[in-house]
Design a protein around this ligand. Structure first.
Ligand SMILES: Nc1ncnc2c1ncn2[C@@H]1O[C@H](COP(=O)(O)OP(=O)(O)O)[C@@H](O)[C@H]1O
Ligand SMILES: [Mg+2]
Length: 257
């Protein structure tokens, strides 16, 4: 049974259908990619999964239970954590304090249930930002701030980790290290769901990829099959035929996917 099940979810904003009967799953021990062009509905899906957005229809199941009507804090207590596309750290606190606050809030909520609490400096070490521990969070580079968000999530020891464009701001070396870290987090038995534009990272680290286009899931498959899928190619470039794209001087799919 998958840890997370999104089942026939619809989200409408006025006349815009942001998510259109989307169904997909994410399993423990695996990295799942959620990709698609800008405006495809990826962040809205994350909002539905985490409880920030009520769906017009459809269900979300977590660990076999229907959580569609559960509040955000209750979902967090059940073992869900996410990062945001826009960074959300406390700017005037240090990097270490930001992680400590996240851990203490979580401990306050779930301390009785899960007495083992994460070691803050160990978490900074783990995501590779220990050198910034005493810096104010509003003074660190964007890439470091993204890793700080990840450390804040890990302080809650989540079963399901949702990452919204985590690699933006990371350089190539940091992105490689980040990919390895995601694989290790999944190997611990967590389910990782990642919205990401860096296709090299997506293709190298994801076990399964769901592709959204205009709110619909147009493909769910392993990376190799996703790369070769003509519907996916069309969604990204408007061409299914690489020769046609090349003849028109467009980027070929190989360059994008
Ligand atoms: N709060 C909102 N109100 C109105 N429209 C929204 C809102 N959030 C998202 N949308 C629209 O829903 C669609 C999907 O957006 P989003 O989920 O942010 O896409 P993605 O993350 O894939 O880029 C877009 O057309 C966007 O403009
Ligand atoms: Mg988005």
């Amino acid at each position: 049974m998958p840890l997370l099940e999104v089942d026939d979810v619809v989200v409408q904003f006025g006349g815009v259908t942001a998510v259109d009967h989307a169904s997909f799953v994410a399993e423990a021990g695996r990295v799942t990619g959620l990709i698609g062009p800008n405006g495809a509905g990826k962040t809205t899906c994350f909002n539905v999964i985490t409880g920030l957005q009520k769906p017009n229809r459809g269900r979300v199941r977590f660990d076999g239970r229907d959580i569609t009507r559960l509040s955000v804090p209750r979902r967090s207590r059940r073992g869900m954590a996410r990062t945001f596309q826009r960074l959300e750290a406390f700017g005037s606190l240090s990097v270490r304090e930001n992680v400590r606050v996240a851990r203490d809030i979580h401990r306050g909520i779930a301390g009785l249930v899960r007495p083992a609490s994460a070691d803050v400096d160990g978490l900074l070490e783990r995501v590779g930002i220990a050198a910034y521990a005493d810096e104010r969070a509003d003074s660190i580079p964007t890439g470091t701030a993204r890793l700080l968000e990840l450390a804040r999530c890990l302080a809650c020891d989540p079963q399901l980790l949702l990452l919204d464009e985590p690699s933006s701001g990371l350089d190539e070396q940091e992105t490689d290290a980040f990919g390895l870290l995601l694989a290790r987090l999944a190997a611990e038995g967590r389910a990782i769901v990642m919205v990401e534009h860096d296709m090299d990272l997506v293709m190298s680290v994801c076990d399964e990829i769901h592709v959204l286009d205009f709110g619909r899931v147009i493909a769910s498959d392993a990376p190799g099959a996703i790369r070769a899928n003509p519907d996916v190619q069309r969604a990204y470039l408007g061409y299914s035929d690489v020769d046609e794209a090349e003849a028109l001087g467009e980027q070929t799919m190989e360059m994008v996917l």
